[in-house]
Design a binder for this molecule. Structure first.
Ligand code: PEP
Ligand code: MN
Length: 315
């Protein structure tokens, strides 16, 4: 950590010493010094008091000092999805008809799909929107799960649902709206299941990193970060290539691109596939037997025929 200051150095050191016990001051350079010997991560809690010291003009922390677990090791993993290779998660926006979903699962068994979207719980921007079958669909989903070895990916919205959904979801999805729902992050991390967490629209990489560090602090070992663009409340296609690049450079957690929620329209799904194919570790795609029947996100869902073509583009 570098502390920039103006004024009397001894006064500044004394004041810092009151906030941080037993730290070492290094590289005194008239305008700043470096400090070591503090607890990484926990230093976050001391920042307000340090910033409040008269004469301190700037504090610079390395990412490793703020997010020690994120920088500790590689979090690429093999099961239930091999995140070392490009993997594909496909499925409907929402399960709205279990017979249709059964057919989709059987079809995905024959395709190069590594995991299946099985959404029962939908966060809706309007309180009048249909929120999916929710808990009422669990039994029917468990029956369909017997037809495949492919892992099911499903979003959870409420900590109270976790004991039920862990029976059927192999990868738990934290939706974009909940990226900063820290109570949910802690509980989901504690399940030990792989977690797919989506970047909240307009969240900076640093904000994303705080959420990832939460998951790691609460014992999650398998995480997938998903970029899905900045568009929740409008239909403008949007995906942040910059976030994918920076995330991949900064830390070793697989990063995938959600081609559907970013695209909003079928034609853009293919466009974004070409844009991200070399960068991302995997892809999420909304695809169903009859996209036009979907009550949610209809224009962005691609047919299984289109999915086959898309897989060729991506693999
Ligand atoms: C979803 O993937 O089902 C979803 C709701 O996406 P997001 O959280 O990115 O809006
Ligand atoms: Mn959707």
């Amino acid at each position: 950590m570098k502390i920039f200051f103006k004024g009397d150095v001894n006064y500044i050191k004394d004041e810092i010493g009151k906030v941080l016990k037993n730290v070492k001051f290094l590289n005194y350079k008239t305008r700043y010094f470096e400090i070591t010997g503090f607890r990484k991560g926990y230093i976050y809690d001391k920042l307000p008091q340090l910033k409040n010291i008269n004469g301190i003009t700037k504090i610079e922390l390395k990412n490793e000092e703020l997010f020690p677990l994120l920088y500790e090791k590689s979090y690429y993993f093999k099961k239930p999805v091999n995140t070392f290779k490009k993997f594909i998660i496909a499925g409907p926006c929402v399960i709205h008809n279990f017979n249709e979903f059964r057919e989709e699962v059987l079809a995905f068994n024959t395709l190069e799909v590594d995991a299946i979207r099985a959404p029962l719980f939908k966060p809706r921007s309007s309180p009048y929107g249909w929120e999916g079958y929710g808990r009422d669909g669990i039994e029917r989903l468990m029956d369909i799960k017997k037809l495949t070895k492919k892992p099911f990916v499903g979003e959870v919205l409420d900590t109270g649902d976790i004991p039920i959904i862990i029976k059927v979801f192999d990868i738990i999805q934290i939706g974009a709206r909940n990226m900063k729902n820290y109570a949910l992050l802690k509980e989901v991390a504690n399940t030990g299941k792989p977690i797919l967490i989506k970047r909240q629209p307009f969240a900076t990489l640093k904000e994303v990193m705080y959420s990832l560090e939460y998951l790691l602090k609460y014992h999650s070992k398998k995480i997938i970060l998903c970029e899905r663009g900045n568009n929740i409340s409008d239909d403008t296609p949007s995906i942040s290539i910059d976030i994918i690049k920076k995330a991949k450079k900064e830390f070793k957690i697989p990063v995938i691109a959600d081609l559907s929620h970013s695209a909003k329209r079928r034609d853009y799904v293919f466009r974004f596939a070409r844009l991200t194919k070399k960068l991302a570790d995997g892809f999420m795609i909304e695809s169903s037997i009859n996209p036009h029947n979907s009550p949610i996100d209809t224009p962005q869902i691609i047919s299984l025929e289109q999915l086959k073509k898309l897989i060729k583009v991506l693999k």
